[in-house]
Design a protein around this ligand. Structure first.
Ligand code: BGC
Length: 369
């Protein structure tokens, strides 16, 4: 009975799709197991252990999330285990396995490598644990109940649009020379970011408005392993030395602030004029740079909002209610379409920073200096 209830909760949680994803034999097979009380049928204990497996500290948003999950889950009455996996995939796999052994009822996963957690998450699902992919999709496994994230493709669309607007604003009439940077190939987000941006930029490359002077335009050519600043900077150093000794560089598509600042460092070291550089995450150093007129844009994905939404989903699961889902189409993880709750990202430039950060006590003051 308990397992049946959990299966139904999961089905409700993940929306109708979950029902088709869950085979009838699984559901029938579990009906004989126990005779639980009505209280237990509500979901799980209000003081349950909740695991949160975060990746490496590759940007400020992850560091903020740690504190917010610890505080928010504790305040909601749960027992949180929030961990980073700074040494990589194996550490994250071990942490998730330990969360299963410690009896977590929900595991929230910000994957380092979205394709390497199948075994651990399947063990979690077997144990009746609900799995929520957080910010990054978990791929190639059925053992993920839902996805809470900002709309990643839209982030890319906003970045591509900002690059074009910045070029027109700061570099006069085109055509323009640009370079492209993408995120880490093991992060499922890196592709939608890049594809969203290219949906805007590719037509402008095709009509000659934009030229990628290095010729490096595929995701594989422009990806940045591990989202590491030094990798992006090294690639930009090489590109600048190889293609820009006598040529002006007008713009750089960067998928986040850390890599955008690395690109700006490479350009400064090469003694070139500041190009229009995009970003993401609204990191403090980048917001300062935007207000000084250096970095052109960033994206605001309010970490407080995504953590609050994730905790709200956990509370719904705890109560045995249906999770909140607003997208059942966009995130195919290779095995199924993962029901998602997508939040809205905002583009930020010097012109609208004060307005976008109005409710952010850390960032708003930076717009007033
Ligand atoms: C996040 C970005 C972040 C990047 C590197 C991505 O998965 O969505 O916000 O910049 O990871 O940490």
């Amino acid at each position: 009975m308990k397992k049946l209830t959990m299966a139904l909760v999961a089905a409700g949680a993940a929306g109708a799709l979950m029902l088709t994803g869950c085979s009838s034999s699984e559901r029938e097979g579990s009906t004989t197991e126990s005779t639980d009380t009505a209280t237990e049928m509500a979901g799980f204990a209000a003081d349950a252990t909740i695991g949160v497996a975060l990746p490496q500290k590759t940007s400020e948003n992850w560091v903020l999330a740690e504190q917010l999950f610890n505080d928010g889950l504790t305040e909601a009455g749960f027992n949180p285990i929030v961990q980073f996996a700074n040494s990589g995939v194996t550490e994250q796999q071990n942490q998730i396995q330990a969360m299963v052994e410690q009896g977590a009822k929900v595991i929230v996963v910000g994957a380092i490598d979205g394709s390497q957690l199948g075994t651990q998450l399947e063990a979690a699902a077997e144990a009746g644990i609900k799995v929520i992919a957080y910010d990054r999709l978990v791929k190639n496994t059925d053992a993920v109940d839902m996805y809470v994230a900002f709309d990643n493709y839209q982030v890319g669309v906003l970045q591509g649009t900002a690059l074009l607007e910045g070029l027109a604003e700061r570099k006069g009439e085109g055509p323009y020379n640009i370079e492209l940077i993408a995120g880490s190939p093991d992060d499922a987000n890196a592709t939608p970011f890049f594809e969203g941006a290219m949906s805007i930029l590719q037509p402008k490359i095709d009509d000659g408005t934009l030229t990628v002077v290095s010729g490096q335009t595929t995701f594989e050519q422009v990806a940045t392993q591990g989202w590491k600043a030094e990798n992006a900077q090294k690639r930009m150093d090489t590109v600048l030395a190889g293609s820009y000794t006598d040529t002006e560089l007008h713009g750089i598509l960067s998928p986040n602030d850390t890599l955008g600042r690395a690109a700006l460092t490479a350009v400064a070291q090469a003694g070139k004029d500041v190009p229009v550089v995009t970003g993401q995450d609204s990191e403090v150093e980048s917001v300062k740079s935007i207000m000084e007129g250096v970095q052109y844009s960033t994206i605001y994905k309010d970490t407080r909002e995504i953590v609050a939404q994730t905790i709200a989903e956990i509370k719904l699961l705890q109560a045995g209610s249906e999770a909140e889902i607003n997208d059942t189409e966009s995130y195919d993880n290779g095995v199924k379409i993962v029901p998602a709750y997508l939040l809205t990202p905002f583009i930020v430039t010097q012109a609208n920073a004060a307005e976008v950060y109005a409710d952010d006590a850390t960032l708003f003051p930076l717009t007033q200096e």
